[in-house]
Ligand binder design. Structure first.
Ligand code: HEM
Length: 450
């Protein structure tokens, strides 16, 4: 049984048709040959893009010479109203300074401290889903979004999703997504840079509302820090960390930008990954039973659980391979380059595609199949590991990678300890890329108690 994969577009299409397909979904707008190619060039009237699929070239761009390939300015255009100058969008010295302040909060030791909050969020997810058990299918993406947003609020600000401001941010965020800022075509499509960028009014309005709620949380926290009674959570850690080079801390305004990206990057991605993982275990019930058995050993809020969830981690990894929440990343060449004998001009867009790399026919055994055993140490092939970048790689690697690899397997195990998830005939999901890889009409599963 092969898990769902979007149908590729025909080999040759006009630019106009490509733009229309792109508008619907980036994944099905691409031709099949990208699953075999090492590199592909897209010519548009105003700029060139190159999709790079060869592990050595990916390393060159993301790891070895990351400074020469800054984040493309085009990608931020759709997200700027919400994210301002957050670490996700900046480059150069500003970005380096932001990472120096943020990274310590996500180091190994801190993960242990955030674990009780993740555990509490996982328990809350079990209570919510318990009310939906029965013959009627449940839409799982909205459940995992709720759970992942809860994790972010509990770990960042020590408040549950039911908190008045947290629940408002969550609701406003759903509105923001509905305006689909990723489809702000200026960010991707061949418009020259001098064309003014318009964001839909609704996108601007909901971004403003989210930012004003986050500003309230952040200002309150700044006051608590100054008064010496702030909770010991990620927000306090980040807001009290001084840049080791300059000694400066984030101002409240700068922190608002960072909270916006933690919320966006931290909950959208984990929600997508968890929803696809639950679908995959419904598709492969023998794996679901093995995970449920492993999960029966989960002990109350104990961090040592993490190392015991081996199968859960392998399954979560395999889900991140087949459905990488961030399907593509875009960088920009700052010098003239020669890639695979082709000359690349400064300003060209370099697209790294976890989606294609993770299913590359020349790099993976059984590329479209679900096989969590490939992650077991004895089966692990280096060439496959080099082709696996769900969290990106190099200095710009996802800040929350370690966090997500604790959160995902934990929530997955907790849910499978209590429930059985079953596929609903005729309602298999169709992957599409929105802000992250989602299913076209949601992921519907039937849930029963164990
Ligand atoms: C399964 C879950 C997750 C996945 C698959 C994921 C994936 C990614 C990827 C691919 C990038 C790089 C994007 C690019 O360079 O264009 C990224 C960046 C980032 N992620 Fe994650 N992420 C996840 C969870 C999280 C969590 C839980 C947090 C925080 C709590 C987080 C915070 C960030 C931040 C701040 C960045 C920007 C880093 C920078 O540009 O320096 N992510 N993530």
């Amino acid at each position: 049984m092969i898990p769902p994969k979007p149908a590729p577009r025909p080999e040759k299409v006009s630019l106009w048709r490509y733009m229309r397909l792109f508008r619907q979904d980036i994944l099905s707008a691409q031709p099949d040959k990208l699953y075999r190619a090492w590199m592909a060039e897209f010519r548009t009237p105003f700029f060139r893009s190159y999709l790079v699929n060869q592990p050595q070239l990916v390393k060159e761009v993301l790891n070895r010479r990351a400074d020469d390939f800054p984040k493309s300015g085009r990608i931020g255009e759709g997200l700027r109203p919400l994210l301002g100058e957050s670490v996700f969008l900046t480059n150069g010295p500003v970005w380096k300074r932001q990472r120096r302040i943020i990274d310590p909060a996500f180091e190994g030791g801190r993960l242990r401290d955030t674990y009780p909050a993740m555990w509490a969020a996982a328990q809350a997810a079990v209570r919510r889903i318990d009310t939906k058990v029965g013959p009627e299918p449940v839409e799982i993406e909205s459940e995992t979004s709720h759970a992942a947003a809860d994790v972010i609020f509990r770990t960042l600000f020590s408040i549950p999703i039911e908190h008045e401001i947290a629940s408002q941010v969550f609701t406003q965020f759903r509105d923001y997504q509905r305006t689909q800022p990723i489809l702000n075509l200026a960010a991707f499509l061949p418009l020259p840079r001098w064309v003014p960028r318009f964001h839909r009014r609704r996108t601007r309005v909901s971004a403003k509302a989210i930012r004003s709620l986050i500003t309230r949380l952040t200002s309150e926290r700044m006051q608590q820090i100054e008064a010496g009674h702030a909770p010991d959570d990620l927000a306090t850690k980040i807001m009290t960390t001084a840049d080791p080079e300059t000694g400066a801390r984030f101002s409240t305004g700068e922190m608002v930008d960072q909270v916006a990206i933690f919320f966006l990057a931290g909950h959208e991605t984990s929600a997508s990954a968890l929803a696809w993982t639950l679908y995959l275990v419904a598709l492969f019930p023998e794996w679901q039973e093995r995970l449920a058995k492993e999960a029966s050993g989960l002990k109350n809020g104990d961090f040592s659980n993490v190392s015991s969830l081996k199968l859960s981690r392998d399954v979560f990894r395999e889900a991140l391979r087949l459905y990488p929440p961030v399907p593509m990343m875009v960088r920009q060449a700052s010098c003239t380059e020669t890639f695979r004998g082709r000359s690349i001009d400064p300003g060209a867009q370099i697209v790294l595609s976890p989606w294609h790399l993770h299913r590359h026919a020349r790099l993976w055994d059984n590329p479209d199949g679900f096989d969590p055993t490939r992650w077991q140490a004895e089966n692990g092939k280096q060439c496959q590991r080099d082709a696996y970048i769900p969290f990106s790689s190099g200095p710009r690697v996802c800040t929350g990678a370690g966090f997500a690899m604790v959160e995902g397997p934990l929530i997955l195990s907790m849910l499978l300890k209590h429930f059985r998830f079953e596929r609903v005939a005729g309602k298999d999901p169709v992957p599409v890329a929105h802000l992250t890889v989602r299913s076209k009409d949601g992921i519907w599963l039937r849930v029963s108690r164990r």
